[in-house]
Design a protein around this ligand. Sequence first.
Ligand SMILES: Nc1nc2c(c(=O)[nH]1)N[C@H]1C(S)=C(S)[C@@H](COP(=O)(O)OP(=O)(O)OC[C@H]3O[C@@H](n4cnc5c(=O)[nH]c(N)nc54)[C@H](O)[C@@H]3O)O[C@H]1N2
Ligand SMILES: Nc1nc2c(c(=O)[nH]1)N[C@H]1C(S)=C(S)[C@@H](COP(=O)(O)OP(=O)(O)OC[C@H]3O[C@@H](n4cnc5c(=O)[nH]c(N)nc54)[C@H](O)[C@@H]3O)O[C@H]1N2
Ligand SMILES: [Mo]
Length: 770
Amino acid sequence: MALSKDVDADYSELDVEVSGAKAQAAGVKAVMVSMRRALQQMGPVRTVAALVRLNQRHGFDCPGCAWPEEPGGRKFAEFCENGAKAVAEEATKRVVTPEFFARHTVAELDAKPEYWLSQQGRLTHPVVLRPGDDHYRPIGWDEAYRLIADELNALDDPDQAVFYTSGRTSNEAAFLYQLLVRSFGTNNLPDCSNMCHESSGTALIDAIGIGKGSVTVDDLVRADLILIAGQNPGTNHPRMLSVLEKAKANGAKIIAVNPLPEAGLIRFKDPQKLHGVLGDGVPIADEFVQIRLGGDMALFAGLGRLLLEAQDKAGPGVQIVDRDFVDGHTAGFAEYETRTRAVDLDTVLEATGIDRAQLDRVAAMMATSQRIVVCWAMGLTQHKHAVPSISEISNVLLMRGMIGKPGAGLCPVRGHSNVQGDRTMGIWEKMPEQFLAALDARFGIASPRDHGYDTVDAIRAMRDGKATVFMAMGGNFVSATPDTAVTESALRNCSLTVQVSTKLNRSHLVHGRTALILPSLGRTDRDIQAGGKQLVSVEDSMSMVHLSRGSLHPPGDQVRSEVAIVCQLARTVLGPDHPVPWETFNADYDTIRDAIAAVVPGCEDYNRKVRAPDGFQLPHPPRDSREFHTTTGKANFAAYPLEWVPVPEGRLVLQTLRSHDQYNTTIYGLDDRYRGVKGGRRVVFVNPADLTRFGLSDGDRVDLISEFTDTDGQLQERCAKDFRVVAYPTPEGNAAAYYPETNPLVPLDHTAAKSNTPVSKAIVIRLERS
Ligand SMILES: Nc1nc2c(c(=O)[nH]1)N[C@H]1C(S)=C(S)[C@@H](COP(=O)(O)OP(=O)(O)OC[C@H]3O[C@@H](n4cnc5c(=O)[nH]c(N)nc54)[C@H](O)[C@@H]3O)O[C@H]1N2
Ligand SMILES: Nc1nc2c(c(=O)[nH]1)N[C@H]1C(S)=C(S)[C@@H](COP(=O)(O)OP(=O)(O)OC[C@H]3O[C@@H](n4cnc5c(=O)[nH]c(N)nc54)[C@H](O)[C@@H]3O)O[C@H]1N2
Ligand SMILES: [Mo]
């Protein structure tokens, strides 16, 4: 199938058109864009076959985001523009065959932009790059497994191997993958979550004893106040907008906390409704808090103080501080109260950049609302002080008694469609003892107990030669991780890199001495094994677990399911006498689900429960019964000292974020429609006052130079070249640019305290004319 002209061009040289931020998201344009992409990639027959089954009870789960389907009557076309793009991207008819690899050397492919790589199509055959060769060449599956097994079994220590997972892997494949890795003898299971919601998990486990959100879609619909902080749902979770619209229709107020006036937060045009087709849509946010990057901890601490003072004024007859809840279910309130009463409000105003009147308005809304939900995503999690910032959110909700009550709670909005499920299934470098003991008991293995490497530590280990075999179950490690130059050399240090992938990406081209690409089925593909047609299961952002049934014709007969790849690899690595019944698991996924039922808490009777029409919800003790399995047996307040992100003189603080036309490192196209950017991605959004200060104008070309002082006090500089300046309504001192182009600027050692998540939303940069 022909590619459009711009795919072949080096997009950094294209002329970018800029037309300013848009006020509303979705609408008819969104439908047109998604249909055009679907038809281009899949053709008419497959487009219909795919889109009628997307998010339907007997269809497949959208491989886009982790936002839940609405329970009960799902609409016929329960998907969004970006879900349709994600499907088109996976179900494309374009293919990357052995002939493709024969035509292009690896060096040639590595010179292409990520967008070009993304657009080549589905991988069809296992291929190998041998030492000294410059082409990937076909290899049989058995030979590929043998090659990996020989490398792994030759290691002095299992901890010299690293096994990454991205968040699209099904529960069944994830469960078996961690079982293989632990049977082999290591906990080196870094995942994309380390770069994503790790900070949420870390903060919430301390606060409420479980690292998952405490609300359902129904809670959002019933809430009377919803705060959305550090999240851009119009692009990244578009189906959330229709839930927000419903909540508004029920009388909820919505507060958007974001440095940018993101289109979906301002207005929403539901293309399935008449007012969305003909009119301007509905306004979403009642209050837009245009916060400075990294100002959220100060905001929520300041709100905490104002809520305490409002309680003082209101007297004992009114419960702003929910005394029953605080006294009965929480620990650490006294210390929190002392710290919070001492929070300096001028500091809060400086850290957030908002005015006192707005702070008072938001506090008043929080004091008078009876059912509050706070949602957040990467704008909160990817900061140095991400964990304390999220703790501050849980502090105010605990104070108001907003956990374990209908219409209220904590809502970290997850990214990848099954990233939460993968964690439930054991993809974590530090799974708790209870899980490991159950795994050992079920299979008669001896799981290692030392914690493994997370993503950042895995890069360090490969850089330092401590790990030499790297395997990835999906994802695009080299483009998703920070400090691109360091990560590239870390991977090149490896003796073997193995990528289980659906599509071509950079991580196939930045490789170890030997490299394998193993093509796998995706969510949309039909999966047939010895025991017949197979189903898989996934968990969404609100702990709902349900089935997903792929139905499309796979891109080739050499493409294997992730389950099959893991089972056959396991048999080769672990030998025929290994106690895990790998062959049975491979033949019939019901047998995997029986094992999951025996090992994973909350999954008892999994095969039956998951077959209910909308699946089932995993237990969540705080949500279900106000039980808190924490160190104190209660929900914990946290009283960290205030942190925020000041802007050094002559510098900017940069956030790296997603355009409307990408899925993480997979680039769908070169437009960011809602931000008014067309035809290019190397843009940097800067406040007009900063441009004046620096003597720059909209349209100028600049290099971005990041500055980071390491632990030895040395100033490190990193550079990303040639960006077009876009004058944009971001707060003064704060800039924005797209990831992954800006990953070379993110220092490997600049990570969040406690969660070790790379700080992708606060990088100090200066601009230099190119
Ligand atoms: N179409 C599409 N859907 C996706 C993805 C995709 O790439 N494309 N990715 C998926 C994944 S893995 C994830 S994790 C999610 C990501 O979903 P988001 O978290 O929405 O993704 P980002 O683009 O990183 O946007 C961060 C938002 O936070 C704001 N922000 C940045 N810093 C701060 C801050 O300090 N404070 C506050 N209050 N706000 C801040 C930014 O302005 C932006 O609106 O989306 C998932 N869904
Ligand atoms: N600077 C900066 N860096 C970031 C972020 C940021 O905001 N700023 N965000 C971070 C976040 S939140 C995340 S989640 C990570 C994302 O990190 P990753 O999950 O590693 O990256 P993706 O781009 O989602 O991976 C895309 C690749 O996955 C493969 N793939 C897709 N579907 C399947 C499947 O079903 N099976 C298999 N086996 N392979 C599949 C395809 O080959 C595709 O090329 O990036 C992080 N990096
Ligand atoms: Mo993510």
